[in-house]
Design a protein around this ligand. Structure first.
Ligand code: HEM
Length: 315
């Protein structure tokens, strides 16, 4: 079962988080991971790019004239730029600005409990209630705008990439268009991607990766409010690597910092209800029957704040 809004999104593009378990879903899910792993050059360069973008971010923060400022916008911009670079190999300002605007509006439209929820509960209301009709038409136009933007990014990369050296995530898919591939062990099912799927494979990461900004907001908020923890992490960095820029290879030397990151992910549980899942068979849970085909959401916040296991911030 899918909600009306989810179906409307899927009509425009095959969004990984919303697809049913079809050959198309299995193909997309598997090959997104393969593409991320295989294009080592792109990923290796990503560490350098990340360092450069973070330096840029820190410089911006340092030039803030006021001692208190809101860093959320700057963090979203940096992460958006990094994601664009990971996916398409470029992070131009104009495209980035459009992406961040559309993303902000779509987040609002998905979390809308008024007309948004009514549209899911009773879709025909869009024909009779002006506020729901307006909401629906805005929802659709945003969906199309996002698709159009990701199409432009994909087309630009397709024109510019080196066929003999495909080294960025999205390059992986250009040569696979129209070629049927088996979609898993123990099955004869095959699937061949088309242009629309390629656009979706970029867009899926662009949307999913932005979870990082909200997690960063939580992490920074916690560090600002717990100066003792911040001090201890700073001392660990100084002792383990001094003043040079840290790399991924330093991770094992920074166990306290790693614990802070993991604890802030638990504490923040920013993707509170995860993605919609679906019961693949009749299931009984705590005495309740969940019939096959039911859309299921888990509550990550409740799981990670269950007082039986976690009390407060544990650092
Ligand atoms: C701190 C940062 C992040 C957090 C907290 C986070 C969290 C999550 C959560 C909770 C889900 C839903 C899992 C489910 O309900 O099944 C998810 C799915 C996903 N995330 Fe992330 N994520 C983060 C960063 C990223 C990044 C940077 C990328 C890619 C560049 C990414 C790509 C994905 C994809 C592709 C899925 C869908 C996987 C699937 O359907 O199988 N995420 N993420």
């Amino acid at each position: 079962m899918q909600s009306f809004r989810i179906k409307a999104v899927l009509d425009v593009m095959p969004t990984l988080g919303f697809l049913n378990n079809t050959p198309q879903f299995r193909y997309i899910k598997k090959n997104m991971m393969v593409a991320l792993r295989q294009h080592g050059d792109g990923v290796r360069h990503l560490e350098e790019t990340t360092v450069a973008y973070i330096k840029e971010l820190l410089d911006k923060m340092e030039t803030e004239s006021s001692p208190a400022f809101e860093p959320k916008g700057m963090i979203r911009t940096t992460i958006g730029k990094l994601l664009m670079t990971l996916i398409y190999g470029f992070g131009n300002e104009k495209g980035l600005k459009r992406f961040l605007e559309i993303e902000e509006q779509s987040k609002r439209m998905f979390s809308e409990t008024g007309p948004g929820l009514l549209l899911d509960v009773c879709p025909p209301l869009r024909y009779f209630v002006p506020s729901i009709r307006n909401f629906y038409s805005q929802f659709l136009s945003l969906d199309h705008a996002f698709n159009e933007l990701c199409n432009e990014f994909t087309d630009q990369r397709k024109r510019e990439y080196d066929r003999n050296n495909p080294n960025i995530y999205i390059d992986h898919f250009f040569d696979l268009i129209g070629k049927p591939i088996k979609v898993g062990p123990g099955t004869t099912d095959t699937y061949a991607i088309d242009e629309k799927d390629v656009t979706a494979m970029g867009m899926n990461l662009l949307i999913a990766g932005q979870s990082t900004s909200r997690s960063m907001d939580v992490l920074l908020g916690l560090l600002v409010n717990h100066q003792d923890i911040q001090e201890r992490a700073y001392r660990e960095i100084q002792q383990a690597i001094g003043d040079r820029t840290p790399t991924c290879g330093d991770r094992a030397k920074l166990p306290y910092l790693e614990a802070i990151i993991l604890e802030s992910l638990r504490y923040g549980s920013t993707v509170t209800f995860g993605l919609p899942h679906c019961a693949s068979e009749d299931t009984e849970l705590n005495g309740y029957l969940i019939p096959k085909g039911t859309m299921v959401f888990y509550n990550a916040w409740s799981i990670s704040h269950d007082p039986r296991y976690c009390h407060s911030l544990r650092l």
